[in-house]
Design a protein around this ligand. Sequence first.
Ligand SMILES: Nc1ncnc2c1ncn2[C@@H]1O[C@H](COP(=O)(O)OP(=O)(O)OP(=O)(O)O)[C@@H](O)[C@H]1O
Ligand SMILES: [Mg+2]
Length: 344
Amino acid sequence: MKSNAFGLDIGNNAIKVAWLNHDKNTISYASSLSVPTPVQGMQSESPFDHQELAQIINKLVIDAKITTNNVNIALAENHAFTKVVEMPMLSEKELSSAIYWEAEQYIPMPLDTVTLAWSKLETPNSSLSEERMQVLLVAAPKTLIKRYQTILDLAGLTIVSVETEILAVIRSLIPPNNTPTSLIANIGAMSTTLGIVQNGIIVFNYSVPLGGIALTRAIASDFGLPIEQAEEYKRVYGLSDKNFGGKVGRAIEPILTTLLTEVKKALTFYTDKYKSESPISQILLTGGGASLPGLAVYFAQNLGLEGVLANPWSMLNIQGVPQAVEQKGPEFAVAIGLALKEYE
Ligand SMILES: Nc1ncnc2c1ncn2[C@@H]1O[C@H](COP(=O)(O)OP(=O)(O)OP(=O)(O)O)[C@@H](O)[C@H]1O
Ligand SMILES: [Mg+2]
């Protein structure tokens, strides 16, 4: 039986839900909605805050007219841990014990405090010899998963799957057919997650602790403005040079340069490892921060790649999306990717 759980993304700026109809051969829009995240967000350990968050989520689900209790969630990359590791060819049984040795090397937390999951990546990859395979390793602190469970229990929901954000974003932007090798940047409020996808499969990921809030703060401090107004300036003018003699652009450029440096490092890593076998041809910008005016052009010019403001609704050609919802697509990339998950 195919379940159509909805996707829930508890971001630092907003909580988003997305729900899709999985018909035989098509996927169509059911609903989506977002509300601001309360200040404590997912960080708080207080039962009072958990109760408040649960009530907000419960109301969001009702307002979005979602009628299933089944939910798919994603953990932020800076709280969980995703890594593609290269290993010798092993059977499933051998892998299930060998993976702990790998995890010990890569995971910066004691293994008894995390939940580990892994899967072999089926990638025809000529840079790997016959005797090697790639394995996707995911680890999440048990306390964080427990907190999600507590909050979503209180909200009357059942978690059916947990993954990391980058995996959901890849599902929402990369159709299953052949897509050119792409670098994805999911630009949120507090952080930006980078991922490189080759033949539909993740080969690299990294999280940078910079996002839209840092840009707003830079504008607020340069112009001496309250945060709300700085946010408005950011959204209206961004990197477009026509207004304030490019002053908004100049205020945010140092942060964008830092982000650009991280993207360049990711590109270098990829080029060194995979040589020219399947060069990266585009950078897909998503997340709320990707809508900054002029950002796609800025990245394209500085990287010599095509820069695309990536909207999951149109990238995947999902039918029946209302126009007002369509334009908010980038913010919903994680939630949509979660709603796309299918179970046999
Ligand atoms: N048109 C726009 N121009 C510039 N920035 C925008 C625009 N629309 C939204 N943003 C920014 O996007 C950010 C919110 O994006 P998103 O909803 O993806 O974040 P989040 O998932 O809540 O945060 P995080 O992923 O860091 O937990 C905010 O910082 C907001 O200022
Ligand atoms: Mg986010």
